[in-house]
Design a binder for this molecule. Structure first.
Ligand code: HEM
Length: 216
C-alpha cells in the first residue's frame, strides 16, 4: 500500500503536517531528554534490558533521534516510508516483540504529551492540534514498523512452508525409491520363480520322455 493511502486513512492531511512543522522546534528541543529517559527506562526494565546488552546507547539515541526528527518534519515521503520499514525489520530481527515495541512508543508518547501540555496547555485549540498530530504520526510510524514485522514473519512462514514442502518431497522420493527397489527385488524374485518353474517343467518333460522310452 502506498504512503498516500495510509496518510489519508490516518487523516494526516496538509493541516496536520503544518501543525507538526510548527511544533517541530519545540519537539526537537525536548527530544534529547525524552530519549534519555526512554533509554533509562528500557535498559533497566526487566522486560527489555537484556536486549541492550553490548549496545552503544549513545549511538541508539542519535539514530532514534534522527528518526523522530524526520517524523516531525511532516514529510511523509518515500524515504521516510522505507526508513520506517527498515527500522521495523531491524527490531523484528533482533527479537523486539510488538509488546516491547509498542510499550516503547507508549513511553515516548506519554512524555511528549505531558511536555506539550506543559508548554501549550493554555492555548487549548493549538495544544489539541499538536497532540492530535503527534498521536497520528506516532500511530502511523508504529503501524509501518509492525507491517514490516508481519512481512518479515510472513516471509519466514513462506520459507518454513517451502522447507516443509521440500522435506515432504524428499521423503516422498525416498519412499518411491524404496517401493521401486522393493518392486525390483519382487520382479527379480518373480523372475527367479519363473526360471525355477521353467527348469522344473523341463525336468518333468525329461522325466516323462525318460519314462516313455523305458516303457515296453
Ligand atoms: C519507540 C519506538 C522506537 C523507535 C523509533 C526505535 C528506533 C530505532 C532505530 C532508528 C534504531 C537503529 C536501527 C538501525 O541500526 O538501522 C534502533 C535500534 C535498536 N532498537 Fe529501537 N526503537 C524503538 C523502540 C525500541 C524498543 C522498545 C526497544 C527494546 C525494547 C528497542 C531496541 C533497539 C535495539 C536493541 C536496537 C539496536 C539494534 C542493533 O544495532 O542491533 N527499540 N531503534
Amino acid at each position: 500500500m502506498d504512503i498516500q493511502t495510509k496518510l489519508s486513512y490516518f487523516q494526516i492531511d496538509e493541516s496536520v503536517k503544518t501543525t507538526l512543522r510548527d511544533a517541530r522546534p519545540f519537539l526537537l528541543e525536548v527530544l534529547p531528554d525524552v530519549l534519555k529517559s526512554f533509554y533509562d527506562f528500557v535498559t533497566t526494565h526487566p522486560e527489555s534490558r537484556e536486549k541492550f546488552q553490548g549496545k552503544k546507547i549513545d549511538r541508539l539515541i542519535a539514530v532514534q533521534s534522527s528518526h523522530w526528527g524526520k517524523l516531525f518534519s511532516g514529510d511523509f515521503d518515500e524515504e521516510y516510508l522505507q526508513t520506517s520499514l527498515a527500522i521495523g525489520r531491524v527490531h523484528e530481527k533482533i527479537g523486539i516483540t510488538p509488546y516491547l515495541y509498542i510499550g516503547g512508543y507508549n513511553f515516548v508518547q506519554k512524555r511528549l504529551t505531558s511536555l506539550v501540555i506543559q508548554r501549550f496547555g493554555k492555548k487549548g485549540e493549538q495544544c489539541a492540534q499538536i497532540l492530535n498530530a503527534i498521536n497520528a504520526s506516532i500511530l502511523l510510524d508504529m503501524e509501518l514498523a509492525l507491517t514490516s514485522y508481519a512481512d518479515a514473519s510472513n516471509n519466514q512462514s513462506a520459507n518454513d512452508f517451502a522447507n516443509d514442502l521440500l522435506d515432504d518431497n524428499i521423503s516422498l522420493s525416498i519412499a518411491v525409491n524404496e517401493v521401486s527397489v522393493g518392486n525390483a527385488s519382487m520382479m527379480k524374485s518373480l523372475d527367479d520363480i519363473s526360471l525355477q518353474i521353467q527348469s522344473v517343467a523341463g525336468a518333468v518333460q525329461q522325466l516323462t520322455a525318460g519314462v516313455s522310452s523305458i516303457r515296453p
